[in-house]
Design a protein around this ligand. Structure first.
Ligand code: FMN
Length: 204
C-alpha cells in the first residue's frame, strides 16, 4: 500500500509510529528552579552526534520537562531496563506540575554529578545533559509543529557496572525497553554482529 499522511491511511490505527520502531526511550529527569522534581519517558529520543555527544528528545507540546529545562538548561536522560517498564509507564502520568513522578512511580531520585537535575538510581545508565538548543520544528509550509525539540550535550555519563561484561555494555544484561507502535513495547532479545564492508580498490 501507499498513502499520503495528509489524506489518511485507511487502517484501524495510524501506523506511523509503528513503522519507525523500535524507538529507544529517554527517561527524562529534571529539576525546576524552585526545586520541584520531574520524570517522564520520551520515545522521540536519540543520539544525534558522537563528537560532541549530543542527544535529542521531542515533546509534543509544552510539557513540564520542557518548562523545567527552559528554567535551568539541564536534564538527565535515564535508560529503562525491562524490570522498570511498569514504573517507567507510571511516570508518564500527567501529574500536576510540582508533583514528583519519582514518588508516584516509586523510584529513587539521586543527585547527578555535574548538573542540578536528579537521576533515577535504579536506571542502568544516565546521561547528564546541558541544553544546547530548544526549537519548534515546522512543517514543509513553515507552520510550527507544536513540538519542542530539545538538544543536549552529554557532559557526564553514569553506568551501572553490573551491565558490563569485560568492559563492554552487555545489552542482554541491560535489557533496554523500546517503544514500538500502538501500545506495544519490546526488550532486546536477539543480538548479532556485523562488520562494515570495505571497498576493494583492486577490483576497480
Ligand atoms: C513509553 C512512552 C514514551 C513517550 N514518549 C513521548 C514523546 O516522545 N514525546 C512526548 O511528548 N510524550 C511522550 N510520552 C508521554 C509523556 O511521557 C507524558 O505526556 C508525560 O506526562 C509528560 O510529562 P511532563 O509534562 O512531566 O514532561 C511518552 C509516554 C510513554 C509511556
Amino acid at each position: 500500500m501507499f498513502y499520503e499522511p495528509a489524506n489518511g491511511h485507511g487502517l484501524p490505527h495510524d501506523p506511523f509510529k509503528a513503522i519507525v520502531a523500535p524507538r529507544p526511550i529517554g527517561w527524562i529527569s529534571t529539576r525546576s528552579k524552585s526545586g520541584a522534581l520531574n520524570l517522564s519517558p520520551y520515545s522521540y529520543f536519540n543520539v544525534i552526534s558522537a563528537h560532541p555527544h549530543l542527544v535529542i528528545f521531542s515533546s509534543s507540546g509544552h510539557k513540564d520537562s520542557v518548562a523545567f529545562i527552559e528554567e535551568t538548561g539541564e536534564f538527565a536522560a535515564n535508560l529503562v531496563s525491562g524490570h522498570l517498564a511498569e514504573k517507567m509507564n507510571a511516570s508518564s502520568v500527567s501529574a500536576p506540575r510540582g508533583v514528583s513522578e519519582f514518588d508516584y512511580a516509586g523510584l529513587t531520585p539521586v543527585p547527578c554529578t555535574l548538573i542540578g537535575a536528579p537521576r533515577v538510581a535504579e536506571a542502568y545508565a544516565t546521561l547528564e545533559c546541558v541544553v544546547t538548543d530548544i526549537r519548534v520544528p515546522a512543517d514543509r509550509h513553515g507552520k510550527p509543529s507544536g513540538s519542542y525539540l530539545v538538544t543536549g550535550e552529554v557532559v557526564g555519563i553514569h553506568i551501572d557496572e553490573a551491565i558490563l561484561t569485560e568492559g563492554l555494555i552487555d545489552i542482554r544484561k541491560a535489557q533496554p525497553v523500546s517503544r514500538l507502535g500502538y501500545m506495544d513495547y519490546a526488550t532486546v532479545s536477539d543480538v548479532y554482529q556485523m562488520w562494515r564492508p570495505r571497498w576493494d580498490e583492486s577490483k576497480d
